[in-house]
Ligand binder design. Structure first.
Ligand SMILES: Cc1ncc(COP(=O)(O)O)c(C=O)c1O
Length: 402
């Protein structure tokens, strides 16, 4: 049996890799608090269910490959309201932001071409890059500096004749960093200077916890022909299972390439597009309430993490994740140990090992990605367990007190 080099190069998701250990703990009767996965627990708006309840065409037909007009109009209206001028015909609907990202890499990269990405990065970026036979070149960032970008000169020195784009999750999964307007402008400036694109993955745009902390790449007017906007209803409307996303850009030539791939996969789900169009009619108060809830969780998380001696963490400004450095020898070993050997009153915690968010699996070994998608009380319990587990862990690295 032969499998392609391309598929064999793909790795199992670091977010899901340790699930068998969690299942084993659950089979023994333990409750596991999941800080490893970004599945929001917030209710999907009623507008979605109302719309799909009324969906009853005589035949469930293929839909236009680029998406149904009412959804493209709804997404365009959403952008216009935030000052980003995408017209409906500049928005192409995809099966989640994930398909949009796969399309973009297929469009931009020949084998061996390079994409610059702030590291640590969302683990699936590796999957999408490998499928396109592209190389991810990390822009190094660290917990100590809140995972902000290094100097313009350092970033510019990473650009080669093979570089095709910057790829930025903004605000960032996994770090929780929201890039400053200066950083956004700097990447746009470099992209223009070197004639490359910016893949602006803004699926967490609404999850910003300080006012004035977010500037969309879509608001940099003189870069709109090279900003490839990636979006999704998954997190915004807590509708991950709807599988609706989009790619938007003010660049006809680029959209022509997107269309080829849209036509290749024929159509996105008819009923889900109707549901997603209705999601965009959700009152603004829904997003404001959700934001308030996540801000509370962010505060609980940051307070809980700071209470663990020896951690290096920053206050996450957006999305619902953060990367944290712990005083432990190896985060994967620690998580397995915690699931197998540590509980408080039959309850334990799980996070995602940090190295899965780096291009080099030997990096981030003492880091974990924490998702705060649990309600406040559960998050508090999960962090209490984590603190005690770190103190009891045989591979703990003792801090030298000054
Ligand atoms: C940074 C980032 N981009 C894109 C996606 C893809 O989301 P979806 O395919 O559900 O739209 C995710 C999902 O977790 C994500 O975290």
């Amino acid at each position: 049996m032969h499998f392609s080099d391309r598929i064999q190069a793909l790795k199992i998701s670091p977010i899901r890799r340790l699930i068998p250990y969690a299942d084993e703990a659950k089979a023994k009767g333990k409750k596991v608090y999941h800080l490893n996965i970004g599945q929001p627990d917030i209710k999907t708006p009623e507008e979605y269910f109302e719309a799909i309840k009324n969906f009853h065409p005589a035949t469930v037909a293929y839909q236009p490959s680029q998406g149904i007009p009412e959804l493209r109009e709804a997404i365009s209206g959403y952008y216009q309201a935030m000052g980003v001028p995408y017209e409906p015909n500049e928005v192409y609907v995809t099966c989640g932001g994930s398909e949009a990202l796969q399309f973009v890499l297929m469009i931009l990269c020949d084998p061996g071409d390079e994409i610059l990405v702030p590291e640590p990065f969302y683990a699936n970026y590796n999957t999408f890059a490998n499928l396109a036979l592209a190389k991810l070149r990390p822009i190094p960032t660290t917990a100590e500096t809140g995972f902000h970008l290094p100097d313009e000169k350092i970033i510019e020195s990473l650009i080669t004749s093979k570089t095709r784009a910057f790829w930025v999750s903004h605000p960032c999964n996994p770090t929780g960093t929201s890039y400053t307007p200066d950083e956004v402008q700097m990447l746009c400036r470099l992209a223009k200077k070197h004639d490359i694109f910016i893949i602006a993955d803004e699926v967490y745009r609404e999850f910003i916890y300080e006012t004035g902390e977010f500037m969309s790449f879509g608001s940099v007017k003189d870069a709109l022909d090279r900003v490839i906007m990636i979006d999704s209803v998954s997190k915004r409307f807590s509708a991950c299972g709807a599988r609706i996303g989009c790619v938007a850009i003010k660049n006809k030539e680029f959209l022509g390439q997107v269309m080829k791939l849209c036509q290749g996969r024929l159509s996105v789900s008819a009923v889900e597009q109707v549901g997603a169009a209705a999601l965009y009619k959700t009152p603004k108060s829904y997003l404001q309430e959700v934001n308030k809830e996540y801000k509370t969780r962010r505060d609980v998380l940051y307070k809980g993490l700071k209470a663990i001696e020896g951690t290096v963490c920053h206050e996450p400004k957006g999305a619902f994740y953060t990367m944290v450095k712990f005083p432990i020898d190896n985060s994967e070993k620690f998580i397995i140990w915690m699931l197998q050997n540590f509980d408080i009153n039959g309850e334990t915690t799980m996070a995602a090992p940090g190295n899965g968010f780096y291009a080099d699996p030997n990096k981030g070994l003492d880091e974990m990605r924490i998702a705060y998608v649990l309600k406040k009380e559960d998050l508090e319990k999960a962090l209490h367990i984590l603190k005690n587990a770190i103190e009891a862990y045989p591979g703990r690295i003792e801090m030298i007190k000054a």
